[in-house]
Design a protein around this ligand. Sequence first.
Ligand SMILES: [Zn+2]
Length: 233
Amino acid sequence: MIRSITALQEGLMQIVFPHVCDICGNVLPRNAQYVCIECLNTHFEEANPNQSIASSDSLLPEYVHAQHALWKFDKGGFLQDLMHKLKYQRLTGVGEDLGKALGRSLKKNSHFDFERNWIQIPVPLHPRKERKRGFNQARSVGAGIESILRIPAIDRGAVTRIKNTKTQTGYSLEKRRDNVYGAFNVLEPGKIQGKFCLVVDDVFTTGATSFELSSKLHSAGAEKIFIVTIAQA
Ligand SMILES: [Zn+2]
């Protein structure tokens, strides 16, 4: 009963104050929270149109099976604006819309074996940073992926960030590697062992962070590791 009243209220709110697309201003359908599908399909450049094993030029470590980013980062463009809203304005709906687009794009990637038993590992934030930010943007992206691919995210606390690293903007690859070395800890290896792990983050730059996390997952016995992000910097 309570649920149906809430749904009714939501429906009325939608009539009185319809959600509109942040880019084109058209009224959004119920399954989109922030950006309409037309805008998602037309305003961004695919980062991996040929479904290569990696969308970046980075050499993948041997324990990383593949790496896929949805779109190329566009400095000063629509994507940068959306990523900024996701990260700093706590608009988790943006992350979910982008995560859904990432999920749909991953379905087309021939290196991704959809039939396997996958689990998502959203790159954890240090607890202090997550408290300050109010949420983990990788988990919002993961929620969108889950709604398309039905791949659940690992329980909070099973993999943690033990080092509160400084922002890596402007760092060289070597410095980024040093910065994130030992940053993650797998507290529940039983949840990783033998699993196909989808490492989820917002941006892939040099891969230093996701590679460091992947090496820990590999040591914990992950069967396969696939890194996915919204943006390719
Ligand atoms: Zn739109």
